[in-house]
Ligand binder design. Structure first.
Ligand code: DAH
Length: 340
């Protein structure tokens, strides 16, 4: 009897399904029972032996059996998939209560903190930030700045020569020449950068340090502009009560030249250990750009005048953050840097 055969196929299939482990096995069962060459299909093929009036009934039975087996197959498959998902999630469990590892992060260098402050101040006064090469020709570092080959100032700045007239710049003043040569006037720029001198390392010297150069060239620029600008700069950098004092000095590329002192921001000018009892602290060199320097770079000194200044960046950082040894700035010890 076909109905008994069908019943047997169904029971056997369900038994196999209940014992199967894994989706592959399940698929094998599906093929062997419901596939083209499967048992159930075999029964359909033998329909020709069934009496025509019984065929609809048998057909319906076969369909019911197929549906019953398919239903169990689907349910089992869904269970297996759910179990696999659970297992995967379990394996991926993270213990969020575990203490975290702390990442070590770096810290802004006092030089950079000071530079950002300087740039902020001058950009606020309408200056642009320029840059020049660290490897220079003698011409840009010396000659075009009114320091001819036999000038004694050349001795003061022990120069690292690379070859012939190629050298490591001893001062950012060389960027003044590059900016003037561009031929675009007026100029109002600062140029921060690294400079090099054959100096022994000690608490106040290093063979490589940083300067910030300033240059303003326009019609009718006077020494009063220089004084006003730098006095305002000192107030913004060291506090609104800061006084400034200009002492005559000599630089080959400026005439007249001066050094600027600020009133000691520790004692307010009374004199203390910080300012070595002076009440004043020297912070930069400056002056009116020498007419000969303007001329050499193609600017007519009868039409244009200008002022320039040069600040030691390390010096500002040491003063502002009260660091007493320049070597600390180059060791990059994070315990030191973290304090700024
Ligand atoms: N270049 C000078 C130095 O390294 C500093 C300096 C002084 C720059 C006066 C200037 C200036 O622009 O006007 O000692």
């Amino acid at each position: 009897m076909i109905s008994e055969q069908l019943e047997k196929i169904r029971e056997e299939a369900i038994r196999q399904i209940s014992q199967s482990e894994g989706l592959d096995k399940l698929n094998e069962i599906r093929v062997s029972v419901l596939g083209k060459k499967g048992e159930l299909t075999g029964i359909l093929k033998s329909m020709k032996d069934v009496a025509p009036e019984d065929r609809p009934k048998v057909g319906q039975l076969v369909n019911e059996t197929r549906e019953a087996i398919e239903k169990v197959l689907e349910e089992t498959k869904a269970k297996m998939e759910a179990a696999a998902r659970d297992a995967k999630l379990k394996a991926e469990v993270i213990d969020v209560t575990l203490p975290a590892k702390k990442n070590k992060v770096g810290h802004n260098h006092p030089n950079n903190v000071a530079l950002e402050e300087l740039e902020r101040i001058f950009i606020g006064m309408g200056y642009e930030v320029a840059e020049g090469p660290e490897v220079e020709r003698d011409y840009y570092n010396f000659e075009a700045l009114n320091i001819p080959a036999d000038h004694p100032a050349k001795d003061e700045q022990d120069t690292f020569y690379i070859s012939g007239d190629i050298l490591l710049r001893t001062q950012t003043s060389s960027t003044q020449v590059h900016e003037m040569e561009k031929g675009k006037l007026p100029i109002k720029m600062i140029a921060p950068g690294r400079v090099f001198r054959a100096d022994e390392v000690d608490a106040t010297h290093s063979p490589s340090f940083h300067q910030v150069e300033g240059l303003v060239i326009d019609k009718d620029v006077t020494f009063a502009d220089l004084k006003g600008t730098l006095a305002e700069f000192a107030k913004q950098l060291f506090g609104p009560d800061t006084k400034t004092k200009f002492r005559p000095h000599h630089f080959p590329f400026t005439e007249p030249s001066a050094e600027m002192d600020v009133s000691c921001f520790k004692c307010g000018g009374k004199g203390c250990r910080f300012c070595k009892g002076e009440g004043w602290i020297e912070i930069l060199g400056c002056g009116m750009v020498h007419p000969h320097v303007l001329e050499m770079s193609g600017i007519d000194p009868n039409e244009y005048t200008g002022f320039a200044f040069g600040v030691g960046l390390e010096r500002i950082a040491l003063l502002k953050y009260e660091i007493d040894d320049m070597r600390l700035l180059y060791e990059n010890d994070i315990r030191f840097l973290n304090q700024f």
